[in-house]
Ligand binder design. Structure first.
Ligand code: SAM
Ligand code: DTB
Ligand code: SF4
Length: 354
């Protein structure tokens, strides 16, 4: 008889690190076949969900995440920006929709949103929803009140990553704990929003740490609806700028194991695609990744241009019946526009002081 671990359609929350490490070590072809089998039982194998990212508040973050160009502690030459105007955010969302994105993800370089930021953020959720896009935000830690307010405004997803294993976490971030992160995820879940949570690979972690991250995600009370797997984008000035490359096959293996462990979650091939060949991305899709960020910019670093993704999708026969092929240039142009005018940003602190 097959053990529970070998039944591809099981929804389990009792994984052990040893068991997941042995999945990561399977012969590559066996692992990919198993992941693709689970994928086909749960999803259309030729469909990939597309989300577009926008940084609504950039840089000057008080946290010390060692990978992050937006931390105020590192000299990364990033231009900091105040919270964007609601109308400017909605314009960018309209461009993303015209280009075929399904979901608009708004990110802010905050430890957590302040009370005085909330009215603006809630207005962004309402405005973006009104134009017919799914909404996602990543604003740092949330208490239950702020999570409830976002859910009430109609926010569909909240992104908050565990980033790595509990054991390696302290080497990467010291200004908030792993339990802080788990608490935020609980507040998001209890408020009724969908959870988007994943991590970053290539930060010098061990295979055991990658297994540990996946165990934490899959053993949550419910699997996250969306699981972004980022490859570290090495940014000059951050402590991880010279980190060695992760073997691409180990990245693909981790995607495959995420697919097996969380069979009904969207696994997002997230940051780092700019450094990946088409062949590697194709292997990630075969391993079970079925979501990407679409549009030339992530939060502060480059992402493949929309027309490149359009070509890749065409070559792979992905989303052939999907509207994602419309107006990619428009998306790139609008999203890549420098935030030239100060009029696009609120000074939320100045307003609150009035
Ligand atoms: N400040 C909020 C927070 O940290 O919760 C939200 C924005 S933060 C930039 C969102 C996520 O982006 C991080 O949790 C991390 O996983 C990812 N990220 C940031 N910098 C990255 C990098 N250089 N490479 C890959 N992923 C990165
Ligand atoms: C996630 O897991 N990856 C996205 C999103 N969630 C917010 C962010 C990637 C950021 C990459 C570095 C940058 O562009 O600043
Ligand atoms: Fe700040 Fe988020 Fe970057 Fe950490 S990941 S430094 S919390 S913006």
């Amino acid at each position: 008889m097959m053990s529970a671990a070998h039944n591809p359609s099981d929804m389990r929350h009792d994984w052990t690190v040893e068991e997941v490490a042995s999945l990561l070590n399977m012969p590559f072809n066996d692992l990919l076949f198993r992941a693709q089998t689970v994928h086909r039982e749960n999803f259309d194998p030729n469909a990939v969900q597309v989300s577009t990212l926008l940084s609504i508040k950039t840089g000057a973050c008080p946290e010390d995440c060692a990978y992050c160009p937006q931390s105020a502690r590192y000299d990364t030459k990033l231009e900091k920006e105040k919270l964007m105007e609601v109308e400017a955010v909605i314009e960018k969302a309209k461009a993303a929709k015209a280009a075929g994105s399904d979901r608009f993800c708004m990110g802010a370089a905050w430890r957590s949103p302040r009370a005085k930021d909330m009215p603006y953020v809630l207005a962004m959720v309402k405005g973006v929803k009104e134009i017919g896009l799914e909404t996602c935000m990543t604003l740092g830690m949330l208490d239950d009140e702020k999570a409830d307010a976002l859910a009430e405004a109609g926010l569909d997803y909240y992104n908050h990553n565990l980033d790595t294993s509990p054991e390696y976490y302290g080497d990467i971030i010291t200004t908030r704990t792993y339990s802080d992160r788990l608490n935020t995820l609980a507040n998001v879940r209890n408020a009724g929003m969908k959870v988007c949570s994943g991590g970053i690979l290539g930060m010098g972690e061990s295979q055991k740490d990658r297994a540990g991250l996946l165990v934490q995600l899959a053993n949550l009370p419910a699997h996250p609806d969306s699981v972004p797997i980022n490859q570290l984008v090495k940014v000059e000035g951050t402590p991880l700028e010279s980190e060695g490359d992760l073997d691409p096959l180990d990245f693909i293996r981790t995607i495959a194991v995420a697919r097996i462990m969380m069979p009904k979650s969207h696994v997002r091939l997230s940051a780092g695609r700019e450094e990946m060949s088409e062949e590697m991305q194709a292997m990630c899709f075969f391993a079970g990744a079925n979501s990407i960020f679409y549009g030339e910019c992530l939060l502060t670093t480059p992402n493949p241009a929309a027309n490149k993704d359009q070509d890749l999708f065409r070559k792979l026969g992905i989303n052939s019946d999907h509207h994602v092929t419309k107006a990619p240039r428009e998306l790139d142009e609008i999203l890549a526009q420098p935030m030239a005018s100060d009029a696009m940003f609120y000074d939320a602190s100045a307003q609150a002081a009035q």
